[in-house]
Design a protein around this ligand. Structure first.
Ligand code: PLP
Length: 456
């Protein structure tokens, strides 16, 4: 392994880090961390720090760090055959087995899985397939995609357009045409505070309906949404939201893509968010939890309804013109097989549900009465605390004061990694599923101290 004292300067001179203030990093004003190891819910860095990672990397290391079972599966695969492509019927034992394991866990109307590398490329695939689908059905005008404000679907050209967060679009000439946004199911941030949850759900459904009527249903191919909003604020939907939305989509023959990159494979305490909320998607996006990020791998799971049309398309027009060199990469597939086995053997999905409930209760005990804590929310191991200047009347802090980031830093100084979400003073928690109840209590109690330091 590389051990030298020049890493800090090499890093600042050569490495373009994603989602980073580039100029401040180059000037040395953004701290660096060289990560050297990890076990369970903790990571270690070369300065000797051991940190409790309450965001599981980027909510992806779901089985926890340092699992030898996955490392060995990757090594075995690399020795057997590290790479072969998946074009025109090629595969490996790992990729074929993983496809079967994914379909065995997916909702029953799902038929096939296409493997990519990242959540972004899987969503790019989904949009291409939805367009292809409508062309085969001879509906060339039915192409627009509805997304929600505060949705996050990736950083590509199309997926950055679907993402409804300003930071991912500004100065990139996004969003592209064909993408339209509708209301986020974010009850805490509703405009009209007098609305009940049920009224807010009806409002979201009628906003969607009005958008469809304005644009014309015959111009709209699909809606994409995360079962519970992730990067936009970690927000479980209000009760009945998905039923109301699905009814509108069905009425207008609009497909539903459930982006389960975060929620897929257990984060909410159930295998899929679709199952958790009773959603009936036509396409499901998976990534992070598929391999717990031990190797890059994503997928697009397609329903029977979509698949039949794709088959019809290739009968008419020949082999489908879509594929990546690294589709179904054997090393990613081997990691996926070992990861899904571990999830089952260690009962980690159910642990995410039970420890998640304990964690939310611990957060509520620690902070429920604080005057600057406006909302504590979560489902399974996807939780958030939202800070406000004044709880009565729900007055938000001026974003320039970066209060969420300050609490995040104070918590990090106490040895816990959380994530200051990009839009709003929202602290996100999405730890590995092996989190114990005592680790959950440790996070809550350190957060209480961090909040006291920053907000009094
Ligand atoms: N979709 C969702 C819901 C995500 O949270 C993310 C990433 O956080 C993506 C898609 C994009 O995945 P990736 O970063 O692997 O491209």
């Amino acid at each position: 392994m590389l051990k030298n004292d020049q890493l800090e300067s090499w890093d600042r001179e050569n490495f373009f880090h994603p989602s980073t203030h580039l100029a401040e990093f180059a000037r040395g004003n953004v701290p660096q961390r060289v990560v050297t190891g990890g076990k369970g819910c903790h990571i270690e860095d070369r300065d000797g720090n051991r940190l409790l990672d309450a965001f599981a990397g980027l909510y992806c290391v779901n089985v926890g760090y340092g699992r030898p079972e996955i490392a060995e599966a990757i090594a075995e695969q690399a020795k057997e055959i590290a790479y072969y492509h998946a074009y025109v019927g090629h595969g490996t034992e790992a990729s074929i087995t993983l496809a079967k394991m994914v379909l065995d866990r997916a909702p029953s109307n799902m038929s096939k899985v296409y493997f990519g590398l990242s959540g972004s490329d899987a969503n790019e695939t989904n949009i291409k397939l939805v367009w292809y689908y409508n062309n085969i059905l001879d509906r060339p005008e039915k192409k627009k995609i509805i997304s929600r404000w505060r949705g996050y679907h990736g950083s590509g050209l199309m997926t950055g357009s679907l993402t409804g967060l300003a930071a991912f679009q500004q100065k990139f000439d996004l969003p592209l045409d064909r993408v339209i946004h509708t209301e986020a199911p974010y009850y805490f941030r509703r405009d009209d505070l007098s609305m009940s949850e049920a009224e807010f759900v009806a409002h979201c459904a009628s906003e969607l309906e009005a958008l469809i009527e304005r644009e014309g249903a015959d111009t709209i191919a699909a809606m994409i949404g995360e079962p519970a909003l992730g990067t936009g604020g970690l927000v479980p939907p209000p009760a009945g939201y998905w039923q109301a939305i699905q009814e509108v989509l069905d009425k207008h023959d609009i497909l539903l893509i459930a982006d389960e990159v975060v929620t897929g494979f257990g984060r909410l305490g159930t295998m899929f968010g679709s199952e958790h909320y009773g959603i009936r998607p036509d396409v499901i996006t998976i990534a992070k939890g598929l391999t717990s990020a031990y190797a890059p791998l994503s997928g697009s799971i397609l329903s029977d309804k979509v698949w039949k049309v794709l088959e019809e398309g290739t009968d008419k027009f020949g082999p489908i013109g879509h594929g990546w060199t690294y589709s179904a990469h054997p090393i990613g597939a081997a990691a996926g097989v070992a990861n899904l086995r571990l999830l089952d053997e260690l009962n980690l999905v159910s642990n995410a549900g039970s420890v998640g409930a304990h964690f939310k209760a611990a957060l509520t005990d620690a902070l429920g009465d604080h005057p600057n804590v406006g909302d504590i929310r979560g489902e399974g191991l996807l939780c958030a605390v939202e800070f406000v200047e004044n709880r009565d009347g729900r007055v938000f802090f001026d974003p320039a004061r970066t209060m969420g980031a300050k609490v995040n830093a104070a918590l990090l100084a106490r040895g816990v990694i959380s994530r200051a979400m990009p839009q709003g003073d929202i602290l996100g928690f999405a730890p590995p599923f092996c989190l114990t109840e005592s680790e959950a209590e440790e996070i809550a109690s350190k957060l209480k101290d961090a909040v006291a330091e920053v907000l009094g």
